[in-house]
Design a protein around this ligand. Structure first.
Ligand code: DND
Ligand code: ATP
Ligand code: MG
Length: 277
């Protein structure tokens, strides 16, 4: 099956691209979703972290379309791992959309954590996750105070591979682009009018200097998305996926490994069955 439910012909090329009509329908669907989330929460708008990356930029554009600029609050939260270019792009997005935004330097906050466990501060993943979780705390600080919801920016490619920080960037109230593969987010961004320079930027969590998603995962997003769509979300076996796409068995196995190892991130924390009711 393909993402629209039709059966994939054995030799048909996989095309995750959305048509113009599908992009229009997607925008309508996601903005309506955002309005429902805010209304159902009895909230007065939404807050989100702005990184200058394509996921948060796309969600910011959608949120403004759905809720109005006056009801969206952006937080730009630099650490030493962020490039100036990304932080100035994040500010550009807020200014372009005419939303309220604050720049909150999180390095001093992170340093208090690092001082507590200096040995962990040298572990780049552990330390990087501290930045990510500090941003979650700040998002909720503002959301609580302003009666807003926190918007997630995770996409389907990240969700299925567990490429996010547990209770960090995943600690949100909703995920408007959570069912779009990364390449579809880029397409939607273009349709919403996001400048090409932001759409084509190399994706990075910026948990440490020089980090890139594709290098860390060991796969480029187009390959990852295709394997996810055909094999993890779709019906094709490993062998059929290898035949269908220009990928190796090892690449398919890598995607499956990321998916299986991250199952705990997509589930509620388990508790033992009750012994006595
Ligand atoms: N089987 C299991 N059952 C229950 N819990 C399990 C578990 N295995 C690990 N855990 C728990 O999960 C923790 C590890 O998960 P976590 O804390 O998330 O840490 P971890 O997955 O090691 O690191 C986060 C990953 O997401 C990437 N990331 C993060 C943030 C943003 C972005 C981005 O694209 O912008 C990417 C980051 O580059 C890194 O690769 C363990 O310390 C343990 O507490
Ligand atoms: N320095 C930052 N300031 C504010 N929010 C941030 C910052 N870094 C990350 N975030 C938040 O964490 C989210 C997850 O980061 P992620 O890198 O996956 O998305 P992105 O930067 O929007 O897009 P890309 O994956 O293409 O880099 C961001 O979308 C944003 O909401
Ligand atoms: Mg990023």
């Amino acid at each position: 099956m393909t993402t629209d439910g039709t059966v994939l012909e054995a030799d048909a090329p996989l095309d995750l691209r959305l048509s113009e009509a599908e992009l229009d329908a997607t925008t309508e669907h996601l903005t309506s979703f955002l309005r429902d989330v805010v209304d159902d929460a009895g909230a007065e708008g939404a807050v989100l972290g702005l990184s200058g990356g394509i996921d948060s930029t796309t969600v910011a554009y959608l949120a403004v379309e759905a809720l109005g600029a006056e009801n969206v609050h952006g937080l730009v939260m630099p650490s030493v791992a962020n490039t100036e270019d990304n932080m100035s792009d994040a500010e550009w997005v807020a200014q372009e959309l005419e939303i309220e935004y604050d720049v909150v330097e999180i390095q001093p906050i992170a340093e208090t954590f690092f001082d507590t466990f200096p040995e962990a501060a040298d572990d780049r993943t552990a330390a990087g996750n501290v930045y990510v979780r500090i941003r979650a705390v700040l998002n909720y600080f503002v959301a609580n105070h302003e009666n807003k919801v926190v918007l997630g920016t995770g996409n389907r490619s990240e969700a299925l591979t567990g490429y996010f920080t547990k209770y960090g960037d995943q600690a949100v109230d909703c995920n408007p682009i959570g069912n779009l593969y990364k390449q579809q987010v880029r397409q939607l961004a273009s349709a919403l009018g996001v400048p090409d320079a932001l759409v084509t930027k190399t994706p990075s969590a910026e948990m440490w200097a020089g980090q890139t998603d594709e290098e860390e995962m060991g796969l480029d997003y187009d390959t990852l998305d295709a394997v996810l769509a055909l094999h993890v979300d779709g019906p094709l076996s490993t062998a059929a996926t290898v035949r269908h796409l220009d990928v190796t068995e090892a690449q398919v196995e890598r995607v499956v490994e990321l998916y299986e190892k991250s199952a705990h991130k997509r589930a509620m924390p388990p508790a033992p069955e009750p012994l006595h009711r």
